[in-house]
Write a protein that binds this ligand. Structure first.
Ligand SMILES: NC(=O)c1ccc[n+]([C@@H]2O[C@H](COP(=O)([O-])OP(=O)(O)OC[C@H]3O[C@@H](n4cnc5c(N)ncnc54)[C@H](OP(=O)(O)O)[C@@H]3O)[C@@H](O)[C@H]2O)c1
Length: 214
């Protein structure tokens, strides 16, 4: 796959660093020098947001959550995303209240899908910290880490593959109508992280045994 990141910060580097061996990856941040340094450190290309989106089959939105819609505009606006798979990794969570910031009882993911009607959208990678994504093992207590995600039908397969390619096991929660649940769950994770918990112990879903999920 060709994967373009809008963002070149901690999450972009952690995820992209797992994919450069198998996929073609381009990072884009606002600051070209920082973007180049980040991209060089993991063997990715560096570009602008619009170059990264034009390059990509799969776009990962990896700015701070507050910047997502501005970044979409900087990347060329809605039309630039037509036909692309878009992965939302963002947590719209206040670090003062540790509550989600959406006021419409819907998720940021759904708002992104509404803004990008020509794209296939899903949410993944939001429930663990950079340190966990950088961890080469993804195996805890002898079992593989499970990564919950949501996706529309057009994004499902690619996101499952990308989760497997970071070394975790994909578990589909459902369509993007479930994304608010991932955002609220991340608020719990963030609250405990800020209280000093070990990032590898919070909500690390592991499969105790293989059973069909109903
Ligand atoms: N950090 C975590 O552990 C973690 C875990 C799960 C999910 N998340 C979510 O992942 C997202 C990214 O977090 P992060 O920690 O990676 O953030 P970060 O380190 O602050 O990086 C944000 C990146 O976005 C870039 N950016 C901002 N506006 C942009 C625009 N208009 N066009 C292109 N790039 C733009 C910044 O570029 P400049 O530096 O040049 O301004 C920077 O490279 C957040 O929404 C967060 O909720 C984070």
């Amino acid at each position: 796959m060709k994967i373009g990141f809008v963002g070149a910060g901690g999450m972009a580097k952690a995820l992209a660093g797992k994919w450069t061996g198998k996929h073609d990856v381009m990072l884009s941040g606002r600051t070209p020098d920082k973007t180049r340094v980040a991209a060089n450190s993991i063997g990715a290309l560096a570009g602008t947001a619009s170059e990264a989106v034009a390059f990509a089959d799969v776009v990962v939105l990896a700015t701070r959550w507050e910047d997502v819609f501005e970044a979409i505009e900087a990347a060329g606006g809605s039309a630039a995303f037509d036909g692309k798979i878009v992965v939302d990794i963002n947590n719209p969570v206040s670090i003062e209240t540790f509550l989600t910031t959406r006021e419409d009882n819907r998720s940021l993911t759904q708002a992104i899908a509404d803004a990008l009607p020509g794209a296939h959208v899903g949410k993944a990678f939001n429930m663990a910290q950079v340190a966990v994504w950088e961890d080469p093992s993804k195996t805890y207590d002898g079992r593989k880490m499970v990564t919950l995600y949501t996706a529309d039908a057009g994004a499902n397969e690619a996101i499952a593959e990308l989760i497997a390619d970071v070394g975790a096991e994909p578990l589909l929660l459902g369509g993007n109508e479930h994304a608010y649940q991932l955002e609220a769950a991340a608020a719990i994770v963030i609250k405990f992280l800020f209280a000093g918990a070990d990032p590898q112990t919070i909500f690390n879903f592991i499969r105790p045994e293989t059973k069909p999920v109903r």
